[in-house]
Ligand binder design. Structure first.
Ligand SMILES: NC(=O)c1ccc[n+]([C@@H]2O[C@H](COP(=O)([O-])OP(=O)(O)OC[C@H]3O[C@@H](n4cnc5c(N)ncnc54)[C@H](OP(=O)(O)O)[C@@H]3O)[C@@H](O)[C@H]2O)c1
Length: 279
C-alpha cells in the first residue's frame, strides 16, 4: 500500500493529461484513461494508459477492474472527462443532451460507485470531481453543460456527507477558462447544434465572439493540474477549489447576487453583439 495510486479520466489532453504527468513526476502510479488512448504518454513505471469511454458501463468496469488487479488499491479518483455540448437549449437534440450527461455526470457517478467499496475497505480515499466555474456561473448556449456541472457539485456534496465516516472525501475543482481543446469543441458544437434557418443564429454569433474572447485569457492546463494535486492531497480538503482571482469573483457574485450576475451577462452580451455588428 506504499505506492500512491491515482486514476484520472480524460487524460489524453488538456488538464487530465497535465495532471497525469504531474502525479507521475511526484512518484504516484497513474492509471490514465481516455478514448484516444494513443495520446496518453506511456511510462512503464508511472503511467498506465488505458482505453476508457466513461459513457460505457463495460468500459468503466474494465478500467476499475484493471486498476484494482494491478495496484490492489486506489487512493484517488479524478473524474475529469468532459466537454461542452453548447448550442441553443431549444435545438440541441435529446441524444446529444443525454450524451452530455452520460459523459460529464453519469460517467463520474458510475466510476465513483465502482471505487468506493475498495476505498471503504481501505478507510481512505479521495474523489476529485472536475466541475467548472460553470457549475455556478452560466451563459447562453451552455444550458446542458452548466446543468451537468451544477449536478456534479450537488452530488459531490451529498456524497461527501455520506462517505466522510469512512475516511473518504469528495471534493470539486472549478476551473475557469483553461488552454485545452474545450473551447474549440464548445464553439464548434454551438454552431453544429443549430437547426436550419435557426432563430438563434444572431445569439450564437454573439456568444461565440464572447466565448472566443473569454478563452483567449485562458490559463495553462498545467496550472490547473497543480490545483488537482492540491485537491487530491490536502489533509483537510475544501469542498471547492478555484484557481484565478477572476474565477472566484465571478462565482461569488453568481452565488450571492444572482440578479446582478444575470444583469452582467446581459450587458456583456450587448457588448459582444455591438462588436459583431460593427465588424
Ligand atoms: N478548458 C476549460 O476552459 C474548462 C473550464 C472549466 C471546466 N473544464 C472541465 O475540465 C475537464 C477537462 O477538460 P479540458 O479543458 O482539459 O478539455 P479537453 O482538452 O477537451 O480534454 C477533455 C478530455 O476528456 C476526455 N473525454 C471526453 N469524452 C470522454 C469519454 N466519453 N470517455 C473518456 N474520456 C473522455 C477527452 O479524451 P478522449 O476524447 O480521448 O476520450 C480528453 O482527454 C472537463 O470536465 C471540462 O468540462 C474545462
Amino acid at each position: 500500500m506504499n505506492e500512491k495510486v491515482v486514476a484520472i479520466t480524460g487524460a489524453s489532453n488538456g488538464m487530465g493529461l497535465e495532471a497525469a504527468k504531474l502525479f507521475a513526476n511526484k512518484g504516484w502510479k497513474v492509471f490514465a484513461g481516455a478514448r484516444r488512448v494513443e495520446k496518453i504518454p506511456r511510462d512503464a513505471d508511472r503511467i498506465v494508459a488505458l482505453h476508457l469511454d466513461v459513457t460505457n458501463t463495460d468500459s468503466n468496469h474494465a478500467f476499475v477492474t484493471h486498476i484494482l488487479k494491478e495496484a490492489g488499491h486506489i487512493d484517488v479518483l479524478i473524474n475529469n472527462a468532459g466537454y461542452g455540448e453548447y448550442g441553443p437549449a431549444e435545438e440541441i437534440s435529446m441524444t446529444k443532451i443525454r450524451n452530455q450527461f452520460e459523459t460529464n455526470f453519469f460517467g463520474a457517478v458510475e466510476l465513483t460507485q465502482l471505487v468506493l467499496p475498495t476505498m471503504r475497505a481501505q478507510n481512505y480515499g479521495r474523489i476529485v470531481n472536475i466541475s467548472s466555474i460553470g457549475g455556478d456561473v452560466y451563459m447562453p448556449l451552455g444550458a446542458y453543460y452548466h446543468a451537468t456541472k451544477a449536478a456534479l457539485q450537488q452530488w459531490s456534496d451529498v456524497l461527501d456527507l455520506e462517505v466522510a465516516q469512512f475516511g473518504i472525501r469528495s471534493v470539486c475543482v472549478q476551473p475557469g477558462g483553461t488552454q485545452s481543446s474545450w473551447g474549440t469543441i464548445a464553439l464548434k458544437n454551438s454552431h453544429s447544434n443549430m437547426r436550419e434557418n435557426s432563430a438563434y443564429q444572431p445569439l450564437v454569433d454573439t456568444v461565440s465572439a464572447g466565448l472566443d474572447r473569454f478563452m483567449q485569457r485562458s490559463v495553462k492546463a498545467s496550472d490547473l493540474a497543480e490545483v488537482f494535486y492540491k485537491a487530491a492531497t490536502e489533509l483537510k480538503p475544501s469542498l471547492r477549489y478555484l484557481h484565478a482571482f477572476g474565477d472566484k469573483f465571478m462565482v461569488n457574485v453568481a452565488r450571492r447576487h444572482p440578479k446582478i450576475f444575470r444583469k452582467a451577462i446581459i450587458i456583456a452580451m450587448r457588448y459582444f453583439e455591438k462588436q459583431n455588428t460593427s465588424k
